[in-house]
Design a protein around this ligand. Structure first.
Ligand SMILES: Nc1ncnc2c1ncn2[C@@H]1O[C@H](COP(=O)(O)OP(=O)(O)OP(=O)(O)O)[C@@H](O)[C@H]1O
Length: 570
């Protein structure tokens, strides 16, 4: 029921409407059912010598001026049942809408919370696990809500049947209920087993999808080195464990079904024996009791099964919520609200940065005048990417501050600042989409003209215009229809499309041949009077194109002459 409470808090209106509809549906069904007994009495011609309950119903009907004819009683039953069905339909419509909303809202909540979490937190999340949460867990959680609604609906129906049965023979009903309770407790182990299997499935599905995503991302070297059997074995092992968890779930479900039937038969038999032999009830009463108890039994059966299914799906909801809560706890700090400009300079003032105990940047002072081209060189692992991350406000200095035109970044509107940046990362990951979509990233404010301009600046226009459909051609999965150098040029075009004020290049030309690199460097050099460029590079062309060259080594940043940077092995 924790799940229902959670959903009630999220969707109070829908859940309340659903509950009210189900409650009234139960009442309508109850009204229909209460007239079954007088109907039998009337049909058997015993309406004048009926016992307790039937007599009371006939009395009520007479007092409100309803004739106790078979036609009227049948009409009440039909109206009651039709009303019940209409209300259940209304309730199910609410459930249907809520189920679709639950899945969509959970997906959006997850994506938004992860994207607005701290960069270090985001990096710790396996991509496959996120994909699994968005695809499988959100759907399972929504199904959990559906089962939850069914459990409530069945519970209301059971209560109605029990109330009506109590009015006919409270002793037989109580005896049957005691047996029903006994059965539920006895079979609870199977519910618990299903819940455990569900939890295990949630965990295994995450592991499998994380592994699968990683394997697919690095399939080429795995194939080339004939190492995919290692990944394959791991995947198979986890899939087998998932199979076992699913088998356990199916066994728990089927065992529940198998045990329920004989127990339920016993349950009815005992009720009947007591009613007929011990309490000497009349035949119409016993017939109605049989009908009611059979319905109670069936509904209880279903209720427990649905509850079991709800328990299997519930873990997906909580697992997904855990990811959201962790992301929220690691949300990027609110930051400032001052709008950034980049007219004068970017300055690192006494900036230090550590990853735990590991010092990446010692005391760092760096000035990047606006409209200049700065290249940073240094050995692998020296912290060059970290320095760029500080510039993008993806990371915060452990000490000191980065200033943009004299304003510390902590006071600056982070999103506004990032919108001024064009970023070209080390990895050239492309979307499985057209060149145009890869350049604009779906930004509606960017036109085809913007894309063409950016592609020309990135020296990509020649090969793009030669593609069958030009910039509307697909780049293939992860851009595998293009060469490494062509992919890199598309990514550079992407960074230039929205005309940034600051262009950041992290080893952005490493896949280019010297001629292409020299050509792009020349273009960038030409752009540097309109924008500020900060490049991390080992490539001589970007060093030569720069106005200022810095070298980062062992946490220390020092300005160097271009010649020295070229000659020093970096
Ligand atoms: N999220 C992280 N958590 C902990 N340590 C990290 C993290 N990211 C990077 N590091 C460490 O910080 C150091 C600097 O990494 P960084 O990526 O900034 O180096 P780099 O100079 O850009 O290297 P390369 O030229 O090889 O790309 C490395 O020792 C790296 O292991």
């Amino acid at each position: 029921m924790k799940l229902l409470l959670a959903f009630f808090r999220l969707y109070p209106r829908r859940t309340a409407i659903m509950l009210i509809c189900l409650l009234f549906a139960g009442v309508a069904e109850g009204v229909g059912l209460t007239t079954v007994l007088p109907l039998l009495s009337v049909a058997l011609g015993q309406e004048h010598d009926t016992d307790g309950f039937s007599a009371r119903v006939i009395e009520i009907m007479n007092s409100i001026g309803l004739p106790t004819t078979i036609g009227v009683i049948l009409s009440i039953i039909v109206i009651g049942m039709t009303l019940k069905s209409a209300l259940v339909l209304l309730a199910n419509r609410q459930v249907g809408y809520a189920v679709a909303r639950v899945a969509t809202d959970l997906r959006l909540e997850l994506i938004q919370s992860l994207l607005s979490s701290r960069w270090e937190h985001y990096l710790r999340q396996p991509a496959g696990s996120i994909a699994n949460s968005v695809a499988t867990e959100a759907t399972r959680a929504a199904t959990g809500y559906q089962y939850c609604a069914t459990v409530i609906s069945l519970a209301i129906q059971v209560v109605v049947y029990v109330v009506v049965a109590m009015m006919i023979s409270w002793q037989a009903t109580l005896a049957s209920l005691a047996l029903g309770l006994f059965m539920s407790v006895g079979l609870y182990q199977l519910v618990a087993a299903a819940r455990r299997a569900g939890k295990q499935q949630t965990r295994l599905m995450r592991d499998i999808l994380s592994r699968l995503t990683d394997t697919l991302a690095s399939v080429k070297p795995l194939k080339a080195m004939a190492r995919y059997d290692v990944a394959d074995t791991l995947l198979r092992r986890q899939t087998r464990r998932l199979n076992r968890a699913m088998e356990r779930q199916v066994m728990a479900r089927e065992a529940m079904k198998a045990f329920q039937e004989p127990i339920m038969t016993l349950f009815i038999a005992v009720g009947l024996y007591l009613a007929l032999e011990v309490w000497g009830q009349s035949l119409p009463s016993v017939m109605v009791m049989v009908f009611l108890l059979a319905r109670v039994v069936m509904q209880l059966n279903q209720l427990q099964r649905r509850y079991q299914q709800m328990q299997t799906q519930e873990s997906a909801y909580w697992a997904l919520k855990d990811v959201v809560h962790a992301a929220r706890a690691n949300a990027e700090p609110a930051g400032g609200d001052r709008l950034p400009t980049l007219e004068r300079e970017i300055a690192f003032r006494d900036v230090r940065f550590h990853y735990g105990e590991h010092t990446i940047l010692g005391q760092t002072d760096l000035v990047i005048p606006a409209g200049t081209f700065v290249t940073i060189v240094g050995p692998s692992g020296a912290g060059k990417t970290t320095l760029l991350d500080l510039l993008c406000m993806l990371l915060e200095p452990t000490q000191g501050n980065v200033h943009i035109d004299g304003i510390p970044t902590s006071e600056i509107d982070r999103i506004a600042w990032r919108k001024m940046i064009g970023y070209v990362p080390q990895e050239t990951l492309l979307l499985h989409d057209s060149v145009l979509a890869n350049v604009t990233l779906g930004d509606p404010s960017l036109t085809e003209e913007d894309a063409e301009r950016a592609l020309r600046q990135a020296e990509a226009w020649d090969f793009v215009s030669n593609m069958a459909n030009g910039m509307h051609d697909s780049v293939g999965e992860r851009g595998n229809r293009l060469s490494g150098g062509q992919r890199q040029r598309i990514v550079i075009a992407r960074a230039l499309a929205h005309q940034p004020r600051l262009l950041i290049l992290d080893e952005a030309t490493s896949a280019l041949d010297p001629a292409a690199e020299a050509s792009i460097s020349k273009t960038l050099r030409g752009l540097s009077n309109q924008l500020t460029i900060v490049a991390v590079s080992h490539q001589p062309a970007l060093v030569q194109a720069a106005d200022i060259v810095y070298r980062l080594e062992q946490g220390q940043l020092a300005r160097v002459e271009k010649q020295a940077a070229d000659n020093t092995p970096v």
